[in-house]
Write a protein that binds this ligand. Structure first.
Ligand SMILES: Cc1ncc(COP(=O)(O)O)c(C=O)c1O
Length: 407
């Protein structure tokens, strides 16, 4: 009894004195929370708040996808399953890509993961060792630099330029930053948060550079279908060869309103299949088979839903652009892809404080630009994949706040 009491008191002491925290790896302890979470934590659960801070829409997953998963559960597909993904889903992924890019694909190149995030983690775990440099054009989704630092690798930011309301990536600067020793380049096109879209020529130049130098490309094309000038954005899919040092990460989250499912995929040279299988084995040991049945339904029957999502995103994008252009001290480029407006607010030097103030005063949740790296400071990100009437209320509140803002 006494020793139990002692143990309890001791463990409480250890927790409160922070000793346990000090006893874990520095790289894990030091990593700050994502800046997007700072805003969410501040505003979550507030009455009437309209949340435009995260990368998801308001629609639930379509019924036909849920039905496929429910049927699978009822059939009893509840056992351990294939680490790489069930063969039917890997084939459905190959068929989906063949339809989209009009070239042949093999199921051997597709591996099912727990969301785009685990696809990214798997790619990093496979390619990146402690101390390795990885080039990340910024502003960028914080989930490249965070996990890289946590694995004691070095993310190197290469800022995109924002001139005359236009984002560009200077390829000479990108290539120079590799210093011939960087291990990989993360290319996110269409990009979160700025909506920049690489042209096919730019992608070709990056691929040529990889072929010349041996640097790996991690192609994050999760927003490739949210492209406002065609059925898909220009893609490495159109130009790659099977022996390129190129890994794609992708997800079911965005296209089919499946953010909560945590299902995605990695596409890689078949030669790496056993390694990827091993990484998945020692990580999650695979994605639930019943969820994968829903994913097959999304790929095979989800085109109409996807098209309607993209169409409403495009209309919302234009509506938000119209609202923002009425404010003098706001600058932005109307995004060509993805579903975010990333706008600069003249005079704002602390986007995190401003995002919190907008939550408090306007009851609208935005993500601070600083969450996307130093190059994002001075900007705010607004997700416009939203129900139109909610978006209209949010914009009315935001425009009122912006008109009166004293920064
Ligand atoms: C650029 C980018 N890549 C990958 C992902 C990962 O998506 P998920 O883990 O939800 O499947 C996201 C999600 O917001 C993203 O914005």
């Amino acid at each position: 009894m006494m020793s139990r009491l002692f143990f309890l008191c001791y463990s409480q002491y250890m927790i409160y004195s922070g000793k346990l925290l000090k006893a874990i790896k520095t790289s894990q302890r030091r990593e700050p929370a994502s800046g997007i979470m700072t805003a969410i934590t501040h505003g979550f659960g507030r009455k009437g708040l309209i949340p435009l801070w995260a990368g998801e829409g308001h629609l639930p997953t379509p019924q036909f996808i849920c039905d496929a998963t429910a049927a699978s559960l009822q059939r009893g597909e509840t056992f351990y399953t294939w680490q790489k993904g069930i063969p039917e889903l890997r084939q459905a992924l190959a068929d989906y890509h063949a339809r989209l890019y009009d070239r042949p694909y093999s199921s051997k190149n597709f591996f099912v993961t727990g969301g785009g995030m685990q696809a990214m983690q798997t790619a990093m775990q496979m390619l990146i060792a402690k101390g390795d440099e990885v080039i990340v054009p910024t502003p960028a989704w914080p989930n490249y630099a965070g996990p890289l630092r946590m694995m004691e690798a070095k993310p190197l930011a290469v800022p995109l330029s924002f001139n005359d309301n236009h984002w560009t990536l200077d390829l000479d600067r990108l290539f120079a930053a590799t210093g011939n020793s960087a291990r990989a380049i993360c290319i996110n096109s269409p990009s979160n948060p700025v909506g920049w879209v690489a042209s096919l020529d730019e992608l070709q130049a990056i691929l040529d550079f990889s072929r010349k130098t041996g640097i790996w490309i991690i192609a994050d094309e999760v927003y490739s279908r949210f492209y406002h000038e065609g059925s898909h954005a220009p893609s490495f899919q159109q130009i790659y060869h099977h022996d390129d040092r190129l890994i794609f990460v992708n997800t079911f989250s965005k296209n089919w309103a499946m953010t909560g499912w945590r299902t995605g995929w990695i596409q890689a040279p078949a030669e790496l299949g056993d390694v990827i299988e091993n990484i998945i084995q020692y990580n999650t040991s695979g994605t639930a088979a019943f969820m994968q049945r829903g994913c097959i339904a999304a790929l095979e029957h989800g085109e109409e839903f996807l098209r309607s999502q993209v169409a409403s995103a495009r209309a919302n994008r234009d509506y938000v652009a119209e609202c923002l252009s009425t404010i003098d001290n706001v600058q932005f480029e109307t995004p060509r892809g993805a579903f975010y407006h990333f706008f600069k607010l003249e005079g704002m030097d602390d986007s995190t404080a401003t995002a919190l103030e907008i939550i408090d005063k306007a009851n609208v949740g935005l993500a601070p630009g600083a969450a996307f790296g130093e190059a994002g400071e001075g900007f705010l990100r607004l997700c416009f994949l939203r129900d139109r009437s909610q978006l209209e209320t949010a914009m009315e509140r935001l425009v009122n706040w912006l008109q009166d803002a004293h920064l």
